[in-house]
Design a protein around this ligand. Structure first.
Ligand code: RRO
Length: 310
């Protein structure tokens, strides 16, 4: 069976990638992903300048997932730009360059630099970081999303994907899809973590992470139904040229199978990749291949988006 997939002419031997943020901040991390069974790698979202991020402890693994308030620690735009250009020059095109400006102006500055560079791969504009103090998630400000896309596509003609926060009402899917369908977007990636959850330790009567009084983005099993709903919700509403990446709650082959049934072209693994590391891509690939063989599927196309409803 084949786990190959494609977005905007970029081919991936395996539909599974890391989710931006987890084990992908350094060149060493990224090379490890590229040397694994993963179909490609996504870089830690870059800001214009290098950042330390929030105070520690800022991430905690939980029985059913994770909470984080990293606060966008990263090596800065130039570091990741140099890396993706070098890899591209060596023939690699399966790296997604994630950027997350601290303002719309910063987003546009980074997209302008990418536009004027030789980089021709997929770019993921993260409109959904929940953890930078005082900065709301752009994806919840529909007018701001339309504004950044309107400005970006005045000059940007490379392959742009969007990382969106989870939405929770069908009117939000309708309104966001109507905006996105106006633009030549390569893909939508749903979901980022569910922002500003609160996990507490009742024994010590204390929040489990330090930044923002303990509020942080929730990932893992907790978020899978929300992730599937967002992938499905957008797949049903977006024009077919806009592909989908499914992210949220994947830790088994069956989870990937479900994301693809909802319409995912690629999937990304965050929370579960943290503790397990790159062997997870091998394990889940094997599990997915077994499921496909048992069901008689040879390719992802045979069941992608074909969820049945009652
Ligand atoms: O760095 C983070 O705190 C972070 C980011 Br940029 C994001 O997009 N999602 C997340 O859960 N954490």
């Amino acid at each position: 069976v084949s786990l190959q997939s494609e977005i905007a002419g970029v081919k991936f031997d395996n539909l599974m990638l890391n989710a931006a943020g987890v084990r992908c901040s350094s060149i060493k991390d990224l090379n490890e992903i590229l040397n694994s069974q993963a179909g490609g790698a996504v870089t830690k979202s870059a800001t214009l300048e290098e950042r330390e991020g929030n105070e520690s402890p800022r991430m905690k693994s939980l029985p059913l997932g994770s909470i984080n308030s990293m606060g966008l620690p990263n090596h800065g735009f130039d570091y990741y730009m140099a890396y993706v250009l070098k890899e591209q020059s060596e023939g690699r095109n399966n790296i997604i360059f994630s950027v997350a400006g601290l303002s719309i102006e910063d987003d546009l500055k980074m997209l302008k630099e990418i536009q004027s560079s030789n980089f021709n791969g997929l770019v993921e504009l993260n409109l959904s970081c929940p953890n930078v103090k005082g900065k709301p998630q752009v994806g919840y400000d529909f007018e701001a999303v339309e504004r950044v896309l309107t400005e970006a596509f005045k000059f940007f003609d490379k392959k742009l994907g969007l990382k969106l926060p989870p939405y929770f009402d069908l009117t939000q899917f309708d309104a966001m899809a109507e905006i996105l369908n106006k633009f030549p977007i390569a893909y939508v990636n749903s979901i980022n973590s569910i922002g500003n959850g609160l996990v507490i330790d009742p024994a010590t009567e204390t929040a489990v992470i330090k930044p923002k009084g303990g509020f942080g983005g929730i990932g893992g099993e907790y978020v899978k139904p929300t992730a599937l709903a967002n992938v499905r919700g957008f797949r049903l509403r977006l024009k077919p040229e806009i592909k989908m990446i499914g992210t949220g709650g994947i830790k088994s082959g069956m989870d990937v199978f479900e994301h693809v049934l909802c319409g995912a072209d690629l999937v990304q693994i965050g929370t579960a990749f943290g503790p397990e590391g790159t062997p997870i891509f091998d394990r889940i690939s094997q599990e997915l291949e077994d499921i496909m063989e048992e069901k008689g599927y040879h390719s992802l196309d045979e069941f992608r988006g074909k969820l049945k409803t009652l």
